[in-house]
Design a protein around this ligand. Sequence first.
Ligand code: 5GP
Length: 211
Amino acid sequence: MEQKGILMVLSGFSGAGKGTLVKALLKKYGNYALSISMTTRAPREGEQNGVEYFFTDKKHFEETIKQNGLIEYAPYCGNYYGTPRAYVEEQMAAGKNVILEIELQGALKIKEKFPESLLIFVTPPSAEELRRRLEKRGTESPEVIARRLARAAEESEGVEAYDYIVVNDDLDVCVEEIHRLVEAARRAPVRQREFINEIRKELKSFVKGVE
Ligand code: 5GP
């Protein structure tokens, strides 16, 4: 069967551990590619342009929207975030499972534009654990943490829009679970259209041969 990559969205509350999960997934398996988003948020300490994000200003971000350079974008806690189109298209064409690490509004737009995408929501085991992880990160002010918790409460209302929810308690277990979900999703007929059409065409040609 043809092994075509899929477009997958990984969302989760800020502090759910998505970044660490994605890194582990990329390290363990060769058939994933991570899309690097564009944002108007300021880099956190240690973040580099072109690694975690493409950091830019509002003017350039809005120009990129106008040029149809983003497959989706959304405002989040006072900043813009968006997914650059070119990389996603290239990697999908190369057969990779492309990971978009984006929030709810972006995820909904992706599902609308690409119904065959796979939407996975990652959550810590509890709300208390989420708060603990956010505080432990130590890179954000109490005000920002409070805003992110408020946003998490909002986002929790949208979880049903996702195909799957996974709990990130043990990192290795969670990575395996996500990988298994992706592998299973790839075998759904809606994500194997080309393969199915090929078989149909061949079968029809056999039928013609015996008529
Ligand atoms: P952070 O500021 O913590 O890096 O990201 C804030 C939120 O923006 C996270 O939920 C993250 O998944 C989301 N995000 C990152 N990149 C994108 C993007 O390209 N589009 C959308 N819609 N959300 C994004």
